[in-house]
Design a protein around this ligand. Sequence first.
Ligand code: ATP
Ligand code: MG
Length: 425
Amino acid sequence: MKIQAINGFKDILPEAVGRWQYIEQQARDIFERFGFQEIRMPILEKTELFVRSIGEATDVVEKEMYTFVDKGIAMRPEATASVMRAFIEHGLHVQQPVQRLYTIGPMFRHERPQKGRMRQFHQLDAEIIGASEPRIDAELIAMGRMLLDELGLNVSLELNSLGCPVCRPPFKERLVLFLEERQEALCDDCKRRTRTNPLRVLDCKKPSCRAVVQEAPSLLEVLCPDCDRHFVEVKTALEELRIPFQINRFMVRGLDYYTRTTFEFLTADLGAQAAVGAGGRYDGLIEQLGGPPLSGIGFAMGLERLALLMEQQNNRLIPAKGMDIFVAALGTATIAFAGQLTHALRHQGAKAAIDYSGRSLKAQLKQAGRINARFVLIVGEDEWMKGEAILRDMQTQEQRPFALSGSTEEQARRLLAMVWTAAAP
Ligand code: ATP
Ligand code: MG
């Protein structure tokens, strides 16, 4: 019996990894332009961390989190809570009042696997802690936009404000009254949510619930003066940076810690998996987790969805990675020498391949083609005895003699000089 991977857990095969590395590299590059530093946290955290941050009555904590019940630990379903835990634990704000942190890694949620929805998935996560100006919100959103543009993706931006502990509770009460009068029209989940998490009803995807919600009161109309000003200034700052957006007053996000600005980057090209990335402000979160009263804002993008969307929208060619040189040793006498030369080439920075099987030249050239080698050094027994080999340019098919004089290191250096010259644009 073959053992297969668990449903919802997927291998990322070498042919796909090029695209992943490309996305990660672009992300690192852009995040670092904005002054972000990388942080890496463990995959397991105390369950309590997510209960206190994401919220007990959220889908993520209630249904999707992988928890070791007997150990009180969970596999992280997202990154923000872990970043905050690490930030507080190490007092990072003491060294630098405003921290810009990013992390890339796997997250785990037990949901129904579909295209772009996995049980182990990967997020690019960016957080700015210790700054509350609206321009920070706009700058962070602009950074997400820059990455999406750099990847050539056509994705829209939706914006909302979720208010704060001053204006949200009275709004929630109004919303509950509104929903209670319309219970019979709501789905079973939303009937339950009316009491546990009424805001979630606003972004239920079921058509019947959507129809009800169209008439619901809007939080945007009852924001307190501070939240209202913040929202106006975020919108202005986005306009200044020429970032187009649309207001979506129904966007609530599935995590309880959000305050004020929330946003989503959306696509129509991944079916039900519309969000490529999402984020928002979480001004009370750090204090709620036992840290100093600092505000924060962040976003997370799903790597699976970015990779799928790239394939679908632009299928941009990621330069295939090839080898610089393949050393073809013909006849057993040459193998030791060829091995030493290959090692010296690698030592000096070349991507060098070798075949120890003593197969025919034809078979070895075929192998060199398969691994996309730029050059092949053919070391035949007779030539080798005379201190010679043949260098074949796999692009032009040209062959020329190569003198095996001097030390192995010197030979490697001379070969490398040719490889670099050929590679230069
Ligand atoms: P969705 O509405 O698709 O369930 P979400 O609101 O639960 O998304 P967040 O918690 O905001 O997602 O996570 C940020 C990003 O992480 C999402 O926009 C998405 O790109 C990605 N993501 C979330 N859950 C998954 C998953 N199960 N599989 C793949 N990517 C995911
Ligand atoms: Mg989800």
